[in-house]
Write a protein that binds this ligand. Structure first.
Ligand SMILES: NC(=O)c1ccc[n+]([C@@H]2O[C@H](COP(=O)([O-])OP(=O)(O)OC[C@H]3O[C@@H](n4cnc5c(N)ncnc54)[C@H](O)[C@@H]3O)[C@@H](O)[C@H]2O)c1
Ligand SMILES: O=C(O)C[C@H](O)C(=O)O
Length: 332
């Protein structure tokens, strides 16, 4: 029997990530090739005409899984009945800015949209915040939507996770699909900690640890980390626009794994509400290694954390605590 369509919200849908993301959702890349979808696209009035153009293109593409399109500038209409909400709406940084420089504009959007989601989305709606500063926008959304369970509010660090996989694959000249279990800890910012301590490569002789195969601690603790931390800035420098196709693809990966589950023996990185695991202060949205099953994520427990890693985990947590304080000062 054909499945009932799922309503998926994309905010900022007239923007560049939105333009890459909505066709991926309509093709089944986010929720699976047998899951029909109804797309809800929200943007602001100055972008209404462009948004309508995106809607026209979705109709023209005749996606078999696409059962309807709502294109609106009304947050209530956009949020009504959605089971997945991908929050991309906001303002991207420009060259030379840090992601937190867009804080004051973006956190107020997330405070306002929290209540529309809380009141009108389907019960158990899964929320993914993409817009920067992603962790702190997600935290503000959580705090101003107290009836949405905290486990349902997440932010995107899967792009950083995928960037780390890509860097290891290039360095070792192996297929990216053979690299797994990197970790992004902390903030989607230049203090994030891309960690390969527990990462492995699939080889004909079985799984081998990445640190032993790379065999260059200076690179792993230096250039590898800064390349991943600075990749967003490098894309902005090259494109004069922030990453879009990789962000859209990673957002699909994030929701797909959350809804459909992670493969056995594999974890991914998600920004989730900290419960104090790994001595990360509770009450921050922090990126952890997680596995997903039955539509729920779970933080991977018991990984060893050496002194180098401990310092990095704490530094990015400290930045998130600062961002939280700054966000509240912007809202007051
Ligand atoms: N977490 C990540 O990995 C990641 C990756 C790439 C980009 N980003 C962030 O995603 C966001 C979007 O990036 P983009 O390149 O698509 O930007 P963009 O400027 O092309 O698009 C953003 C869209 O949001 C809309 N918008 C603004 N305020 C809104 C509101 N209140 N409600 C609904 N829509 C609203 C704008 O009109 C615009 O159409 C930025 O904050 C960017 O920094 C995050
Ligand atoms: O870096 C940015 O500002 C955009 C995005 O967060 C990215 O990581 O590409």
């Amino acid at each position: 029997m054909a499945k009932e369509p799922v309503r998926v919200l994309v905010t900022g849908a007239a923007g560049q990530i939105g333009y890459a993301l909505v066709p991926m959702i309509a093709r089944g890349i986010m929720l699976g090739p047998d899951q029909p979808v109804i797309l809800h696209m929200l943007d602001i009035p100055p972008a209404a005409e462009a948004l309508n153009g995106v809607k026209m293109e979705l109709v023209d593409a005749a996606f078999p899984l696409l059962k309807g399109v709502v294109a609106t500038t009304d947050a209530v209409e956009a949020c009504t009945g959605v089971s997945v909400a991908v929050m991309v709406g906001g303002f991207p940084r420009k060259e030379g800015m840090e992601r937190k420089d867009v804080m004051s504009k973006n956190v107020s959007i997330y405070k306002a949209q929290a209540s529309a989601l809380e009141k009108y989305a389907a019960p158990n709606c899964k929320v993914l915040v993409v817009a920067n500063p992603a962790n702190t926008n997600a935290l503000i959304l959580k705090e101003f939507a107290p009836s949405i369970p905290e486990k349902n509010i997440t932010c995107l660090t899967r792009l950083d996770h995928n960037r780390a996989l890509g860097q290891i694959s290039e360095r070792l000249n192996v297929q990216v699909s053979d690299v797994k279990n990197v970790i992004i800890w902390g903030n989607h910012s230049s203090t994030q900690y891309p960690d390969v301590t527990h990462a492995t490569i699939k080889t004909p002789e079985g799984e081998k640890p990445v640190p032993a195969l790379v065999n260059d601690d200076a690179w792993l603790k230096g250039e590898f980390i800064t390349t991943v931390q600075q990749r967003g800035a490098a894309i902005i420098k090259a494109r004069k626009l922030s990453s879009a196709l990789s962000a859209a693809s990673s957002a699909c990966d994030h929701i797909r794994d959350w809804v459909l589950g992670t493969p056995e023996g594999t974890w991914v990185s998600m920004g989730v509400y900290s419960d104090g695991s790994y001595n990360v202060p509770a009450g921050l949205i922090y990126s952890f290694p997680v596995t997903c099953s039955g539509g729920e994520w779970k933080i991977v427990q018991g990984l060893s954390i050496d002194e180098f890693s401990r310092g990095k985990l704490d530094a990015t947590a400290a930045e998130l605590a600062e961002e939280k304080a700054l966000a509240y000062s912007c809202l007051s």
